[in-house]
Design a protein around this ligand. Structure first.
Ligand SMILES: *Cc1c(COP(=O)(O)O)cnc(C)c1O
Ligand SMILES: *[C@@H]1O[C@H](CO)[C@@H](O)[C@H](O)[C@H]1NC(C)=O
Length: 531
């Protein structure tokens, strides 16, 4: 750092105040070098299947490998760059073509540039004076999303997560039902009750608890064999709740459930809501992207009848975490009325421009990231047709995988998927002769691998680590452990409604090909062959 000479230094409280506070040139050079590192180690490697998806380390090992300590004195740039390298090395490559673990994946180059820009500009989207461009972009993106839902007009806001969008919607529905709540709070309210399906996202329960509605006042309506809410059951439950003295106010339907990818029948549910005078919120966090496809938007048939919709472009449209919109049909400024606090230091009403562009007061946040911008960049780059193609491709690849699973020995579909969630079991060779009955399922749930027959790479180690002794392991969790340690693939599994642990494959990224689908099945078979 170039400090002023002793003679010219202006000291206040022992601190030199003239001259640069940090070495600007060194900082700029660091950004340049780190950018090159990000380019080489993350972006150029993102599509390389020869790279590992993850380099697994246990938390204890990782603490040893990373220099996590923050010391009194700063570290050199070389050291910092090495730290950056370590961070990249031990992080999961969610943009790898074989990362299928979550409902997002892949690398969108245009949204990435949008993210770099907003990180560098560091705006906060609350007032037009601080974020003129990003506020207008958010407005434009919301307007377009509203069009795809099929509303004439509407309102909306980008939130840090679909979970938050669901919470906003729940609170909005309650506010609509009893606007007094904003000032008076919960006291004096009747026992409010809401309805969702047994397959809904867990954020519905969280929201109910956070908002003081209570998880016992979330009524989980039964679903059919394909994970769709049964509208007749819904209506029955609503009537029953009324009979018991509760006050129904909201139905939260799901378009694209998290595990099965099921779509609730929106038309029929909207009929029930209309008859019963209930707010209809559609959690389309995952499935909303199908609206972009003329071929697949019928999955959300009836969504235009919803009062609010949650839709995450960061999932299938690859806008990057986080990019989540809540869209609201009401045009009477309900969001603003419900959430505004009119902070006089931020939202002054006597500004020299049209203050209706200061949309930040619609949010429960103060500082807010410009999440719409990266999605706007992608939309600009690909066009609506490009986004449509992205959805069509993901669903065509899903179709291909389903057909392969049906053809291959040792794989069993949970059910015909509607969307991009392909749920299946891997049946290890030792079970393939067993007839599908209680014994089969019990064995699939708890297999007893013979350590002598195990691949020497894994012999003992996997199961010992897991249980401390060589014990039984369930098929899917044991295979997952092996794939994580090998780093070749990441895929989720779960138990679900009494069913034995199964894998859930989700196809999203356009960088994924048929070969990756084949690899997925080959690799699972390779990892589980000795079970
Ligand atoms: C992913 C998902 C959410 C939650 O979205 P976040 O952005 O992760 O909070 C909500 N609902 C459904 C159906 C989802 O699949
Ligand atoms: C599978 O095993 C677990 C315990 O390991 C048990 O809780 C679960 O009910 C079993 N599931 C089935 C379908 O048998």
């Amino acid at each position: 750092m170039a400090l002023p000479s002793k003679k010219s230094a202006i000291l206040v409280d022992g601190v030199v105040l003239n001259g640069p506070t940090t070495d600007r040139r060194a900082g700029e050079k660091f950004v340049e070098e780190a950018s090159r590192l990000i380019m080489e180690e993350v972006i150029l490697k993102a599509t390389d299947v020869n790279e590992k998806v993850c380099e697994w380390q246990s938390p204890e090992q990782l603490k040893q490998l990373l220099d996590l300590e923050m010391r009194d004195t700063g570290e050199s740039h070389d050291r910092l760059l090495q730290l950056c390298r370590d961070v990249i090395r031990f992080s999961v490559k969610t943009n790898h073509p074989r990362f299928f673990n979550q409902l997002y994946a892949g690398l969108d180059y245009y949204s990435l540039v949008g993210r770099f820009m907003t990180e560098a500009l560091n705006p906060s989207v609350y007032t037009y004076e601080v974020s003129p461009v990003f506020l207008l972009v958010e407005e434009a993106v919301l307007k377009k999303m509203i069009e795809f839902i099929g509303w004439q007009e509407g309102d909306g806001i980008f939130n840090p997560g679909g979970s938050l969008s669901n919470m906003y919607a729940m609170n909005l529905a309650r506010y609509k039902y009893c606007p007094d709540i904003k000032e008076k709070g919960l006291s004096g309210l009747p026992r409010l009750i809401l309805f969702t399906s047994a397959e809904c996202h867990y954020s519905v329960k969280k929201s109910a608890s956070f908002l003081g509605i209570g998880t016992e006042n979330v009524c989980f309506v039964e679903t059919d064999g394909r994970g769709k809410m049964i509208p007749e059951e819904l209506e029955k439950q609503v009537l029953q709740a009324r009979k018991e003295g509760s006050t129904p106010f909201l139905v939260c339907a799901t378009s694209g459930t998290t595990v099965l990818g099921s779509f609730d029948p929106l038309e029929e549910i909207a009929d029930v809501c209309e008859r019963q005078g209930l707010w209809l919120h559609v959690d389309a966090s995952w499935g909303g992207s199908a609206l972009m496809s003329r071929k697949h938007r019928k999955l959300l048939h009836g969504i235009h009848r919803a009062d609010s919709v949650a839709w995450n472009p960061h999932k299938m449209l690859m806008a990057g975490i986080q990019c989540c919109a809540l869209l609201v049909k009401d045009k009477s400024d309900l969001l603003k009325k419900c959430y505004s606090a009119e902070a006089s230091y931020l939202f002054q009403q006597d500004k020299f421009y049209d203050v209706s562009y200061d949309t930040g007061d619609k949010s429960i946040q103060c500082s807010r990231r410009p999440d719409a911008f990266k999605f706007w960049m992608t939309w600009k780059a690909l066009g609506t047709l490009g986004l449509e193609e992205r959805v069509n491709r993901a669903l065509a690849l899903s179709r291909y995988l389903v057909d392969e699973i049906k053809k291959r020995e040792g794989f069993k579909l949970l059910m015909e998927p509607e969307y991009a969630n392909i749920c299946f079991w891997y049946i290890p060779p030792s079970l393939r002769e067993t007839e599908e009955g209680p014994e089969f399922w019990e064995k699939l749930n708890l297999t007893f691998p013979d350590p002598h027959k195990m691949d020497p790479t894994y012999k003992g180690s996997v199961l010992k680590l897991r249980f401390g002794t060589e014990r039984e392991a369930e098929v899917a969790p044991a295979i997952k452990e092996r794939m994580m340690k090998k780093g070749s693939l990441m895929l989720g599994y779960q138990q679900h409604r009494g069913k034995v642990n199964f894998f859930r494959q989700v196809v999203i990224s356009p960088q994924v090909s048929r070969e990756d689908m084949d690899f997925l099945l080959d690799e699972i078979d390779l990892l589980g062959r000795d079970m």
